[in-house]
Design a binder for this molecule. Sequence first.
Ligand code: SF4
Length: 365
Amino acid sequence: MVNLLGMTLAQLQELCADLGFPRFRAKQLCDWLYKQRVDNIDAMTNLSLANREQLKSVAYIGREFPVNCQVSKDGTKKYLFPVLDGHYIETVFIPENKTSDLISQIHQPSDLSRQTTDLSRATLCISCQVGCKMGCRFCVTGQQGYHGSLSAGDILNQLFSIPEFEQLTNVVFMGMGEPMDNLDAVLAVCSVLTAEWGLGWSPKRITVSSVGIVPGLKRFIEECQCHLAISLHNPVPQERLAIMPVQKAFPLNDVLALLRQYDWSGQRRLSFEYTMFRGLNDDLAHAAHLIEVLRGLDCRVNLIRFHSSPGTPYRTSTPSAIKAFQDYLNRKGTPDSRTRIVCTLRASRGEDIDAACGLLAGKES
Ligand code: SF4
């Protein structure tokens, strides 16, 4: 049995050919799956009954509702979806006010309680794997190990099966898993989201993050127009290696050499995620080093306040250290005509329900 959800137009055309359906049926299937978002084949009423029965004998629509939803005091919601025999993944819905997107929680904590009714932006942070192979030392998901990759249908289901689907303005692949390690599925989902036969979203509404797996990145950049975010976290190779094992196989320098081969000054945005760890990467020497390694790139650096979890040896940077780091990057971030670095501080969301960056565990609670 194949899951129709997540299939591209080309894949549906192939399926229709195998079933002896006329070619136009594939487009009808796309309409039902992605425009009407039906959850069963019987609802596809412009297919003959015989065609529907035939389709049901080989295919299904893999819609699965979340089994739990935790709601943060700031309005963030964390959904728990069952996937792959007995495992769970988490998906985080983040309602936000556009103007406060770049405002630090540290300075304006009261900004974080918002009503979902006056949203200017609503982001869904989705997972692409159950656990993760990358083993980043500061990440709860990474410490859990890897239990499997999600299908394109499992990934799309995270959008389609939450009640807030219609409110979504953005999707980020920043939940559990490394997108470049499940690239076929991630690219299929990006196609469904952006293609005219799919949801028809602008690629600017989607950001895919990666620790920097060079071959996957190259393919992603060439086959997809969505924004790219690289998890950088430390510009000093030995120090980065201490928190991100991927640095051994794919050193940051190789990742940056690849990124410099492309033009990032247009619509597509390149950003670097930089989690602030007290005493490890949050002083101005690191900020200066970061500017050096990013030379030649037009990019954004997103600072993320580290969210401590039990057992972790890392600590959260002080608000003043974060502010000084950000100010330094914004002051010195254009050292030459080829380089432009804009530094923002990501507001921290859903910390009270462990929905913040690096805290997703996929556990029933
Ligand atoms: Fe995997 Fe991302 Fe966690 Fe690293 S930070 S272990 S890539 S989920």
